[in-house]
Design a protein around this ligand. Structure first.
Ligand code: MG
Ligand code: ZN
Length: 555
């Protein structure tokens, strides 16, 4: 009798259960068979997506572009980003990212942040997969593997770069990318590895060893891919991965598409994969030479979802951060578009499922980016017909930023790095001339610089101008380039930051730094409602890891 009643209830609709007056307890797992259930406390799969450097300001740029740019690439998608679709179907929260613990600090780097997201524990700056005392600790990915789940890491940077590395390697410093490459294939903890970074897997003498080159060609790799190595030894980890550790190899989208399951090492670039601007262009021309972040995501999902015990997958949009570091708003927009495409692939895969938790967040904000209003080019007065104007013209005191700027940012044809290497192909940026920057920037950017602004890009330090005689500047017009110079820490990259400075007023864009800020980052979560809701709060990244682990594991 009792049994019958439970059965009757399990096939009834949820609303009926809510109305029934009996006191029979119904376990959640029984209710799983009743239509769309929303209070599951466990999931089989966790997909974590990290937009590196994608703080709230970056998400704001993507949303403004999608919703309000005249020629938005989202015009045929209801002007809705995948992030917004995820927000509408799930939950949104905020998270603090700083290094926690007794040696904690205020601002986080990607290695520490990814480690905290992977372990739920405080980590030290620039550490990979270690706790704050330097102990190796099991990550969510490793625990998933230990429990028989499939695992995967996908990134559009290098597979050995800090963010993916922190989920499956344990090193005292993020710069140990050769050692990270070894760990990734030797540990057996990752089934699917898709990214760039071949240079850390290839033997040190690949440039001169024609036999090793032929071996790579035979496997389907192009010369661009195996052109150089960063290794100090002659190990070929790609061959080892295939022969000793059972990985299938892929060096292009076609090879990746043919892999049906099992372990996969996909290396699609010698170092970083294609940047977002180049990707937008090759996508438009249908001639991309590498799989996109979206395509890698789809392949990983296809392979990992064959696992009966479920999977853990981390997907990184890693170059949002790089664009932020060099203060390149146009490039950053294209990186956000590339990442959102991957988010859409995940959303489409997961939207009708109740066995998967999706968390999309950033490891930190990069650049201290924002649109800002200025006193430059204040729009002229307009007459409005509204009855509250009382004869007064509409004339705001400042330039609050034209929406046209969104399309113009999208129009940028090269990254600042590309511009820098075009101006100086011999790497001596300190000897460049204003005219060179003037020509290159104005060729590739819809926002233009003057010759005086171009001059401000030629020198890293203000005092370097004193030694030169510039006829078109008076003495007090020497550019004040490095007002925040302690925050521009990457050597010659500062020339790129100075391009950002030169374009900033035209773009209504400001940047606070060439590094990271500690502003809280958005967290988008989709999954069973009772689980997803736990993220809709102000939390810290270690707690995000703990919540994901609690949802994925029984103990
Ligand atoms: Mg990263
Ligand atoms: Zn960074």
């Amino acid at each position: 009798m009792f049994k019958k009643k439970v059965l009757a209830l399990t096939i009834a609709s949820l609303s009926l259960i809510g109305c029934s007056n009996n006191n029979i307890e119904i376990k959640p797992e029984k209710m799983a068979h009743v239509g769309k259930v929303t209070n599951l406390s466990k999931v089989t799969n966790v997909i974590l997506m990290i937009g590196d450097g994608m703080g709230a300001p970056q998400v704001g740029l993507l949303e403004e572009y999608a919703r309000r740019a005249k020629y938005s690439t989202y015009n045929n998608k209801g002007n809705k980003t995948a992030l917004t679709k995820l927000a509408e179907a799930g939950q949104v929260g905020l998270s603090l990212t700083a290094p926690y613990g007794q040696y904690g600090s205020l601002v986080v780097d990607s290695a520490c942040s990814a480690t905290q997201l992977a372990t739920g524990l405080a980590a030290g700056s620039e550490m990979i997969g270690l706790d704050e005392n330097g102990n190796r600790v099991q990550t969510i990915l490793e625990k998933a593997k230990a429990q028989g789940k499939a695992t995967g890491l996908v990134s559009d940077t290098r597979i050995t770069h800090a963010t993916p590395a922190a989920f499956a390697a344990h090193q005292a410093h993020r710069s140990l990318e050769n050692e990270i490459a070894e760990e990734l294939i030797e540990s057996g903890s990752v089934d699917v590895l898709l990214s760039g970074g071949a240079r850390h897997f290839l033997p040190s003498d690949i440039k001169t060893d024609s036999r090793a080159q032929q071996l790579m060609t035979d496997l389907g790799a192009t010369e661009t891919l195996y052109k150089s190595s960063k290794r100090k030894d002659k190990r070929n980890l790609i061959i080892e991965a295939k022969n000793q550790y059972g990985y299938e190899l892929a060096f292009n989208q076609q090879q990746l598409g043919h892999i049906e399951g099992g372990k996969v090492l996909g290396l699609f670039a010698n170092s970083a994969m294609e940047n977002g601007i180049a990707y937008s262009a090759c996508k438009k021309a249908s001639n991309c030479s590498q799989p996109s972040l979206r395509e890698m995501t789809l392949s990983a999902l296809e392979i990992l979802s064959q696992s009966e015990k479920g999977f853990f997958l981390m997907i990184e949009g890693g170059q949002i951060d790089w664009a932020g570091h060099i203060n390149d708003a146009g490039w950053m927009l294209h990186e956000l578009l590339k990442f959102d495409e991957a988010v859409n692939a995940v959303y489409e895969w997961v939207k009708d499922r109740d066995d998967t938790l999706v968390v999309v967040t950033a490891d930190h904000e990069t650049g201290g980016f924002g649109f800002s209003y200025s006193r430059k080019d204040v729009p002229s007065a307009k007459t409005l017909t509204g009855n509250g104007m009382a004869g007064r013209q509409y004339k705001p005191n400042f330039n609050f930023g034209s929406l046209d700027n969104l399309d113009r940012l999208y129009q940028q044809k090269r990254t600042f790095y590309d511009m820098m290497s075009q101006v100086s192909n011999d790497n001596s940026l300190s000897n460049t001339k204003a005219e060179q920057w003037f020509e290159v920037i104005n060729q590739y950017s819809d926002f233009k610089v003057t010759l005086a602004q171009a001059l401000s890009i030629t020198k890293r330090e203000h005092n370097e101008y004193q030694q030169e005689n510039h006829t078109y500047l008076s003495a007090n017009e020497f550019p004040k380039v490095n007002d925040f110079k302690e925050f521009y820490v990457y050597g010659d990259d500062v020339h790129g930051n100075l391009i950002g400075r030169a374009l900033s007023a035209e773009q209504n864009v400001v940047w606070g730094t060439g590094t990271h800020t500690a502003s809280p980052v958005p967290v988008y979560v989709f999954g069973p409602e009772s689980l997803a809701k736990q993220f809709s709060t102000m939390q810290h990244h270690t707690e995000i890891a703990q919540k994901m682990m609690k949802a994925l594991f029984d103990d």
